[in-house]
Design a protein around this ligand. Structure first.
Ligand code: ZN
Ligand code: ZN
Length: 260
């Protein structure tokens, strides 16, 4: 089935421009150098319904949803519980009031524990406030079937933390990772589109850099690759110019058709 990925944000945890910084990228007039916190949505038709699956709900979610005209969310898949991936959860509230059901949030145990702690007022059964987010935590399994689409969890390493990426149809989204365990490569075969973390040029303890990400692309051999979770060290135009022709820099608002 045909689907579309929307880059809600392609930036690193601090966003670009980064507060207090006046470097050439942070002051660039190229809109592709403005990067909100990392997240994508996956849009597809399911009978008469338009489905929208969100991967991570970062602190810029409200602004991203307004910009992209997202009017409902059917489910959220979480990669891990760092602030730049979860802090927009409360902004699911107005969208969660649209139907009588709850928006399912799929997360591994570590992420679930943090979400329950940070959003205690949301998940507390004793809090009877009627306008808290109508959401429901569900355990993330190896496969998550959503409206006819299969989202496969791809184990990743983000420094010492175990995170997940997702494979869906002919595409994969691997944000926040410094390494890909050997067993995960079997989940990444025959990709048309690989989206992966490429923070900056210099090495970082918990993120892949440009050089390492290019090696992952060589090993996985997707038809095309897009880098995301980008810091202010990398200007869009000049970095794009030095990449192989099938590897690109993602930018906020970029839409790519995929097959689920
Ligand atoms: Zn992150
Ligand atoms: Zn992270």
């Amino acid at each position: 089935m045909q689907a579309e990925i929307v880059f809600l944000g392609s930036g690193t945890s601090m966003g670009v421009p980064t507060l207090g910084c006046s470097c050439p990228v942070c002051t660039s007039s190229d809109p592709r150098d403005s990067r909100l916190r990392p997240s994508i949505s996956v849009l597809f038709r399911d009978g008469d319904s338009e489905r929208c699956i969100l991967i991570d709900s970062g602190p810029d979610f409200r602004q991203q949803a307004i910009r992209e005209g997202l009017r409902h969310i059917d489910a959220v898949l979480y990669t891990h519980a760092h602030a730049d991936h979860i802090l927009g959860l409360d902004d699911l509230r107005p969208l969660s009031f649209q139907s009588s059901g709850k928006i399912p949030l799929y997360a591994d145990q570590t992420t679930t524990d943090v979400l329950r702690h940070v959003f205690e007022y949301t998940f507390s059964e004793s809090n009877l406030y009627p306008y808290k987010a109508r959401v429901e935590l569900r355990a993330l399994e190896a496969h998550t079937h959503l409206f006819g689409a299969d989202f496969v969890a791809v184990p990743l390493l983000h420094g010492p933390l175990e995170t997940v990426g997702f494979r869906f149809g002919n595409a994969a989204y691997l944000t926040d990772m410094s390494d890909i365990p050997e067993a995960s490569f079997s989940l990444l075969q025959n990709l048309d589109l690989l989206i992966l973390d490429a923070l900056r040029r210099t090495p970082h303890p918990s993120h892949s850099n440009l050089e390492t990400s290019l090696k992952f692309v060589e090993k996985i051999r997707p038809k095309s690759a897009y880098f995301t979770h980008i810091a202010h060290d990398l200007g869009h135009a000049e970095t794009e110019n030095e990449l192989p022709s099938h590897v690109h820099m993602a930018y906020d608002g970029l839409r790519i058709p995929i097959e689920l």
